[in-house]
Design a protein around this ligand. Structure first.
Ligand SMILES: *Cc1c(COP(=O)(O)O)cnc(C)c1O
Length: 396
């Protein structure tokens, strides 16, 4: 099997598993218990907090809060900033049209509660400029939330510059860094980030665990009532093995980042260059300012779902932007946000590589995708119409 869907989830690393096992076999006490056995678990937890704080450049481990994943961290960050803003009569929130649903759906909820949500238009190359943020900020802006890197088209936003704009206007800045953490260097202080979300399973850690970084001085609202874990901001007995595994995975990813990036970018480049040769295709996102492992294309005249199923038959795990998971036929909001017409957005393919992939994987993908695209076109009545000139081509 060739796994090329690392933006959906990653295989857990050996390092993460090795760090987790002792937390299940030996150090399985409750970190809130006062006896030494429980305190051993509490120590493991604090060690994990320190490691993660160091990877993000946080000023103290106290700024790290553990959550059940990226979605919860996004929810908590946005709802907290909204509540803080509302207390001062600020109910305007700025975000972008291509955020993850964990962000967009939380904003939708706030809109129903009377907040004004302004989604910035994404430029055709998949970018948001600091200028757009600057122009959108008002006296009653409670929060700016823009993702660090997009999960579908891979674009990396100018986070440090957006952070600087927010700091200048004293507006709280949150970034969903789920795709970036462990893949791009992050420094929350240098980049003026107030709130940041990440998720363990996107960098070879376990699923169901994540982090919300909260700059000292930004007040946090708890979403789950109960015990006093996470300094009263997130009740529930901590998932110590997962937290320890996540910290080990992030530390490893950060220490190997330079070499992994070189390897992955070389494979991505070859994949991008090869797939660009398919006629009537288009690359999604910026050719350079993109996540190391992300390749995203639209192919005219095919359905992304059919492409995925045929690639699966050939042992290749990939993804499409279409929202097939929701059972709807709506194309991806991300592809629509960069101006792809519906018909084109339906024919999308996302391949996301990691350092475990090989050049041989790339060879096989480069063999399979053009063949499958050609086959699907050959059986498409729509494609026949385009070939005979009855309908125009959209992509050159
Ligand atoms: C995966 C992902 C999430 C959700 O994280 P979970 O840990 O799966 O809840 C949020 N935002 C982005 C950009 C993601 O890629």
């Amino acid at each position: 099997m060739i796994y090329a869907d690392n933006a959906a989830t990653t295989r857990m690393s050996r390092t993460a598993m090795d760090a987790m096992l002792p937390c299940m076999r030996e150090v399985w006490g409750n970190p809130s218990s006062l006896y030494g056995f429980g305190q051993k678990a509490a120590e493991a937890l604090e060690e994990a907090r320190e490691k993660i704080a160091a990877c993000l450049g946080a000023s103290t481990p106290k700024e790290i809060y553990f959550t059940s994943g990226g979605s919860e961290a996004d929810n908590q960050a946005i709802l907290s900033a909204a509540e803080n803003g509302a207390k001062q009569g600020k109910k305007h929130i700025i975000s972008t049209a291509f955020e993850h649903h964990a962000v967009l759906h939380t904003l939708k909820k706030l809109e129903q509660e009377g907040f004004e949500i302004e989604l910035l238009d994404v430029h055709a190359d998949g970018m948001i400029s600091p200028d757009q943020v600057d122009r959108a900020i008002r006296d009653d802006t409670a929060l700016v939330t823009t993702m660090y890197a997009n999960n579908e088209i891979g674009s990396i936003l100018p986070i440090a510059a957006i952070g600087a704009v927010c700091r200048e206007h004293r507006v709280t800045f949150h970034t969903d860094a789920v795709q970036a953490a462990g893949h791009l260097p992050i420094d929350v202080q240098k980049e003026n980030i107030d709130l940041l979300s990440l998720s363990g399973h996107k960098f070879h850690g376990p699923k169901g665990v994540g982090v919300l970084y909260v700059r000292k001085g930004v007040s946090l609202r708890n979403l789950i009532e109960g015990g006093a874990q996470e300094r009263g901001k997130r009740a529930g007995t901590e998932n110590v093995p997962a937290i320890v595994g996540m910290a080990a995975a992030l530390s490893e990813a950060c220490s190997r980042m330079a070499e992994d990036t070189n390897k992955v970018v070389a494979m991505r480049q070859r994949l991008m260059d090869g797939l660009a040769k398919i006629p009537h295709s288009i690359l999604n996102g910026d050719p350079e300012k993109r996540l190391p492992g992300n390749v995203s294309f639209c192919f005219e005249g095919i359905e992304g779902e059919s492409l995925l199923l045929l690639l699966d038959d050939r042992g290749i795990c990939a993804s499409s932007g279409s929202a097939c998971t929701s059972g709807s036929l709506d194309p991806s909001h991300v592809l629509l946000s960069i101006g792809r017409p519906h018909e084109i957005a339906h024919g999308s393919l996302r391949l996301s590589l990691c350092a475990d992939n090989t050049e041989e994987d790339v060879d096989k993908i480069l063999q399979a995708v053009p063949e499958v695209v050609a086959y699907l076109r050959s059986i498409s009545p729509l494609w026949m119409d385009k070939m005979s000139g009855k309908r125009p081509f959209i992509l050159s």
